[in-house]
Design a protein around this ligand. Structure first.
Ligand code: DGJ
Length: 722
């Protein structure tokens, strides 16, 4: 069992994963009860657990601070506490200050549930904790066992204490549309630093994870603590750093100022907050998160993600059967396996002003439906996929004219549009029923293999007239509605795969990944910009879910010109797709692309499921290289955007190899392979300690050089073979 009782201590437990031990327990501070985190760090043997002192080291506090103020797993707004509360309630009569008593623990095969009660009002709080590989999963359920409604004003999944260190640095990603996932690493300021989305979705501006280190962790060494939240709606993560030195991170769903009414007998369950400690630096932390996603989140982690074609950048809304089939023919010729028809195929949707919500094939464009198009796609040997945006509606649509009350709105307030659209309220049963009905119908009618599920605006004027006191629950229940429909679609259509998209990478999180297979990383497909975005993305999410397309040059968004090979090599670092206007690619480009798609298929299992090492450089900014290891296979992709300026070191040192083993170079797609010829053999130790000279780094030519090196571990030693 992963959670054990600490011998000789009352009500104290330790959760041990391969990389850490987490000790916590009940403290009775005068009449108050706290669930306190005592230790979070390298794994401790069971015999050592009683050596962890069950007392907070004293500080000079006078009468202004409680000794346990920041050490709790679930600090409430109540009693002697002044930090960030995980729970804030208002009881009948306006009474605040939750006062929870410990009511026992239930140890299960998976973990533990600690039960707390506020007996005066019948509020029951359960703190759940389990281990999943190296990750500690925690969540909370709050039930109203009393006779009167309780107002919940804040309910986080819990708080994590970062052990005391000399300094604290935090790493997060931030960004915007077309500039998602930009990694930032800076000192954690004293005070409360909040990362949040108030958009109703995960958002482009921040992503629900944070890494904290002492300021000394590197790519492959040093202690790092990470906290994450598996949720796809509005969220909030607050890192509080006290001037005295303590740091805690509280994570939860929700939204400022909303009140979740909990009627008698009702229960609220939070999403999971996840904690990970590693002393292997940021690289090890990324690899553990990737592994966690594969083992505990993704439904089909071992399946190769197909090479897809999507014409959005090529045709925009100009979707016709003949136009799509012309592209499909070219795509099939390149080795594409899945053809996805994007926006513009339905209702009166010839631009973004109308038709959203009318999910039948556009009658002028597809008078006989989509069967002809998809039959054509299948005849070319490809699978069929379709773009949908189920949560949205244009006011100029039959759906809105029939059901204007289905959108989020407040009586007497404007209904502000963005991209000419409003948000449907997926908390409502009839809206969920409608959405599931047409989605399931489409998937079945056309035998769809793939849906790209998009969401192109943030919530505003968020109301649910008629729901009374439940109205603010829409912040939770809309997301649960999306989850429920996706889950049910997948249950009824086991072959269906889903891509999450929200104007690019606006809905990327471990909640959505539980019911989707990959995500659209960004609408920015410029290879240089993408390197920056992909670098931030893969700090937390695995390359095997990161959709990356090769599009035209100059890039339609940035106007930057980048050679085809470099564009491919950047997209091949994740799940390769193609999104350019293939009808305008010359024969030479098509032939080169065909070769690169074939190369990708060779390395795909290693890229999509391997262990990622960021070897060096600042991707997209300087020369850089990434490596993927899977079993005995190794793939290195090296990039150098510059010619003679900013020359990097000439050698690339590999990582994560068996130092005693011998590796054979099986492929090097640069012409100048004299430094690492195919068939040459190297000790793992040499590759990691001395490295190899890659032509891409060892300067030979123009801007935007890149190459792929592949190696295979031999099952015999060098001296046995020579
Ligand atoms: C936003 C997505 O990110 C794009 O890829 C495309 O699907 C458009 N929406 C279509 O409206």
């Amino acid at each position: 069992m992963s959670v054990v009782k600490v011998a000789g201590r009352s009500d104290t437990w330790a959760a041990t994963t391969p990389s850490c031990t987490y000790v916590f327990g009940v403290v009775r501070a005068e009449e108050d009860v706290r669930i306190v985190q005592w230790y979070w760090g390298p794994p401790l043997p069971e015999a050592a657990l009683p050596e962890i002192p069950l007392a907070v080291a004293p500080r000079l506090t006078a009468s202004f601070r409680d000794p346990y103020d920041i050490e709790e797993l679930f600090p409430v707004d109540g009693g002697r506490r002044w930090g960030v509360p995980s729970l804030r309630v208002r009881y009948p009569g306006g009474v605040r200050s939750a006062e929870l008593a410990y009511a026992g623990a239930e140890e299960t095969a998976e973990g533990i549930e600690l039960v707390l009660r506020d007996d005066a009002y019948g509020l029951r709080v359960s703190l759940h904790l389990t281990c999943a590989g190296d990750v500690i999963e925690r969540w909370v359920s709050v039930s109203n066992d009393g006779a009167q409604a309780v107002q919940v004003e804040r309910l986080d999944s819990g708080s994590w204490v970062i052990p005391e260190r000399y300094g604290y640095r935090h790493s997060t990603v931030s960004g915007a549309w077309s500039a998602e996932s930009r990694l930032g690493r800076r000192e954690l300021p004293v005070g409360e630093t909040t990362f949040t989305s108030r958009t109703g979705a995960t958002g482009h501006h921040a992503n629900p994870w944070i890494m904290v280190d002492e300021g000394d962790a590197g790519e492959e060494s040093g202690e790092v603590w990470t906290v994450a939240l598996a949720w796809s709606g509005s969220w909030r993560m607050t890192a509080q750093r006290r001037p005295e030195g303590d740091v805690a991170v509280s994570a939860g769903f929700g939204h400022d100022g909303v009140v979740w009414q909990l009627a008698p007998g009702e229960k609220l369950i939070t999403p999971k907050t996840l904690g990970l400690y590693s002393d292997g630096g940021f690289g090890a932390v990324s690899r553990v998160w990737h592994e966690y996603a594969r083992r505990f989140v993704l439904a089909f982690p071992d399946e190769d993600r197909p090479v897809l074609y999507n014409s959005w950048e090529a045709t925009g809304f100009d979707v016709t059967e003949s136009g799509q089939l012309a592209l499909a023919e070219k795509a099939a010729g390149l080795g594409v396996e899945l053809f996805v028809v994007d926006d513009g195929w339905f209702g009166a949707r010839v631009d973004d002003t109308r038709g959203l919500g009318d999910w039948w094939p556009n009658r002028e464009r597809f008078p006989d439906g989509l069967a002809g198009l998809f039959d054509g796609v299948r005849a070319l040997g490809m699978r069929a996929g379709l773009w949908v945006e189920p949560e949205m509606v244009n006011p100029d649509s039959d759906l809105y004219r029939a059901h204007p009350d289905w959108v989020l709105h407040l009586p007497g307030r404007r209904r502000d549009t963005m991209r000419n659209q409003l948000v449907l309220n997926f908390a409502r049963d009839e809206v969920r029923g409608w959405a599931f009905g047409w989605l399931d119908g489409l998937v079945r009618e056309y035998g769809l293999d793939y849906l790209k599920w998009d969401m192109n605006r943030s919530f505003s004027q968020v109301g649910w007239p008629g729901a009374g006191e439940r109205a603010d629950r829409v912040w939770i229940e809309h997301v649960e509605g999306v989850y429920q429909i996706m889950d049910e679609l997948r249950r009824r259509n086991p072959g269906l795969r889903i891509e999450s998209c929200s104007g690019g990478g606006g809905r990327v999180d471990l909640g959505i990944l539980r019911r989707t297979d990959q995500v659209w990383t960004s609408d920015n497909t410029d290879a240089r910009d993408r390197q920056v975005i992909q670098h931030g993305f893969t700090q937390f999410y695995p390359p095997g879910v990161m959709s990356a397309w090769v599009t035209d040059s100059p890039n339609p968004l940035t106007r930057r010109e980048v050679p085809l090979r470099y564009r491919f090599h950047v997209a091949m670092a994740g799940v390769l797709g193609i999104g350019g206007d293939l009808t305008r690619w010359g024969e030479g480009e098509l032939a080169e692309a065909r070769g690169l798609v074939a190369k990708y298929k060779e390395i795909r299992p290693i890229v999509q499921r391997g262990r990622l090492y960021r070897l060096a450089g600042d991707p997209g900014v300087t020369a850089s290289a990434v490596q993927y290891n899977l079993d005995d296979q190794v793939v290195v992709i090296a990039y150098n955007p510059f010619a003679l300026t900013d020359q990097p070191p000439r050698r690339v040192r590999l990582a994560g190899l068996d130092p005693e083993a011998v590796y054979e170079v099986t492929g090097c797609d640069d012409l100048a392979t004299f430094t690492v010829p195919v068939g040459s053999r190297w000790h793992g130790r040499t590759l990691m300690s001395h490295g190899v000279v890659l032509p891409t780094w060892f300067h030979l030519g123009a801007d935007y050089r890149s190459e792929i090196l592949t190696l295979r571990r031999l099952d015999r030693l060098l001296d046995e073979t020579d």
